[in-house]
Design a protein around this ligand. Sequence first.
Ligand code: ADA
Length: 542
Amino acid sequence: MKTLNLDGMWDFSFDEQGKILPEVLPALTWNTALSVPGCFDVAAPFFGKRGLGYYRCITRTGGTVRLSIDGVGVEAKIFWDGKFIGNCPYAYMPEKFCFDAGEYGEHELVIAVSNHFNKIYFPYYDFYAYGGIFGSVQIEELPSNYIDRLKVTATDYKTGTVHVDVETNRFFRKAADIVFEVDGKAVLSAAFSGKAQTFSFRVPDFKLWSPDTPNLHRLRVILGKYEEELEFGIRSIETKGTKLLLNGKELRLMGYNRHDSHPEFGAAVPPALMAADLQMVKAQGSNFIRGSHYPQRETFLKLCDKMGILIWEETLGWDVRDKELFTREFQFKQKDQAQKLANIHYNHPCIIIWGFMNETLSENKRARKIIQNVYDTYKKNDSTRLVTFASNRYEKDICMDIVDVVAMNPYPGWGDINWDEINTIHKIKPRLDKLKNAVPADKPFLISEIGASAIYGHRDPHRVRWSEEYQAELSTEVCHVVLGDDRYCGLSFWHFCDAKSYLNGGRVKGINDKGILDEYRRPKMAWDAITTALKDLKFNNK
Ligand code: ADA
């Protein structure tokens, strides 16, 4: 079995007039080249344009193959030797396609990308809709019988027992031997019936995974001519009353919401920059990232597995209005994304929370049904993780009983200014105290967003809003109020770094400037303020 990494320089062609992705490839002139992964709309001559971008690469392969595309934006259609193979309907969602690539030899792969808004990515979202291929593109050459899905579940962190669910391709019907190795040693040889089957074994000399000890084990599965390798972690995540428990011990979360965004790379943030972001988070003593507001890249999740950073990953859907929310199409797309995400990223120990539909109409009875449905979809596909959504309906929210962790996005100290005030930091504690009393007494409560805008370099002795001083002072107060009170299971600031949005809706320079770092990752005063607050609070005994 061979894996081809197709990342590199691809031929590129842009159609600015094109509105809808075609079913059949048009005649194209491949007159330029762009990088994959990469975004076409962060570079001249395509800067800021909307249209159809065609990426082409020629590769040598053949037989049965599995093509993996780790996220596109806003959507894409895939063509192999001119023939339609499949869709990437959701921005940022990784997709896999198994198909017959034909005789061994040269073949043409075209990924046709549209960065027009669609029925899941609406123009009013507060983050820029980039166009391009955001993650790696790979081809695995497969034998005719292969494993389609491998799910590793640590069922008992005390004994190191794991279950491995093996699902094979449709045509696999023959009984065969299956071998499991962990860290290079055989742990189980068994008969595989030829249908979906679960195997169970204990990991010898297992070590638990946690943010402080992110131990990973390597699994190798051999089934006939097929082989697959992956890393997994042994850990549990559950709730007990108002607490989160990781491996049976209380876990408190502290970290950031983070957009995959950079002025020069758009949403195709390079791995080196991802690693640098995560190293900062780790060095600060934080342990949590909410991947706002869409699926994360495989590289990013692997880094979080290795570095011990806990993740909330969510479906795309931001502040969706009733006109869109109450359509069957939108509801299907939420459930479909939840089902895909829970399966595709199932084996990452770093993911502890599945999320969906940021700030939806959770005060509304019709929306409650939709929320219940998406929650149930996640649970059906993954009963081992916590499921929630971030609410901004506060006391009016009627869905707090559904979710495993109540998560809210309040903005006291920012959205509550009066004519005669220049500073509303004193309003933070009373507002949060009131809010926490509205949360069911038996549920963990997470402040999933909170923060203030600050323009990098804007310093002001009056500490007015938009100054670095104001944001730093607000962040310190938030750390003390939230992390100093164990009624809250955690906190994630809005947000890690400034990220491109739109000019309408009052975003200065078209950027959401509530980053604790600016868009180039230069720390604002708040970064050190938070680091100091965590030390003063001895957060997580550090
Ligand atoms: C919301 C939303 C974020 C961001 C934030 C803000 O809470 O979830 O994506 O838009 O507001 O900056 O106002």
